[in-house]
Design a protein around this ligand. Sequence first.
Ligand code: UDP
Ligand code: MG
Length: 317
Amino acid sequence: MESSNNLKDNTLISIVVPCYNEEKALTPFYKELVRNIDNIKYCNFQVIFIDDGSSDKTLEIAMDICNKDKRFKYISFSRNFGKEAAMLAGLKASEGKYTVVMDCDLQDPPSLLKEMIETMDLGWSSVATRRCTRAGEPIIRSFFARKFYKIINKISKVDIVDGARDFRMMSREMVDAIISLNEYNRFTKGIFGWVGFDTKWIEYENIERVDGETKWSFFGLLLYGIEGIVAFTTAPLRLASLIGMITSFISFIYIVYTFIKTLVLGIDVPGYASLISFIMFLGGIQLIALGIIGEYISKTYMEVKKRPHFIIKETNL
Ligand code: UDP
Ligand code: MG
């Protein structure tokens, strides 16, 4: 940890807010945020809305807010690039000594900002939040989410905390480290852990979004989970090799058994059922292994193209 900083000198704090179709949530968020940051007198704030290609009035509302309040800025993408890209754009644009990423649906309470800033002031490089309950979430979603964190933490060296939100305040050094990871397939929950730095965790109860709807479908989350695993561990590839070795071994024993049985008892014509079962089983395993390899190749393909993470349509920065 660094030595204590002095925040009494108008330290600049950047707040990065990804927004996608949030016309209903944006105004309540603005009011609640301003009410909180106005109370933190010893800091200056820079709030950056990233309109992630919204198709509703999100951009208009964000621009209105920016006209009213000069602390607010916006970046608007040419289409929807996803929250990962929006966070990256915000972090790149941020100038503050500390930068915080927060959602605009009030699930990340602005009331925690003061405590986060004070904790950073003690010398931490990052203050992260995790929800200790998943209240208000569909049961199946919670179940799979828990399983996902268990599996990824077992097979990957990077620590990915269950219930961790992207609501996190970071020092300039940490933000620069995150930006320096230029991978195309960004799984920020893993990147936060990968870059290291001393992180203080704050827990709070899950809060339901103020208005509008979650952008995550069950299927979307499943794909995101697979992306996370592929981005942070090659264990599935090793698993495929392992399963291959085990099935080869079992097949070898079965070949020896069949050979001896044929020598002793002669040729046994029936056996269609066992034969077809083996063919189907091995075919299945081969396809799974090919699928796993395919996942890694497709990610490599996207990385090799080196496309930009996002395209900015307009901004007032
Ligand atoms: N978001 C975004 N781009 C997307 C999807 C979501 O910028 O493609 C933003 C969204 O506006 C919100 C945050 O990411 O501020 C979290 O999204 P959401 O509340 O839907 O996720 P949840 O809280 O349900 O996990
Ligand atoms: Mg939300």
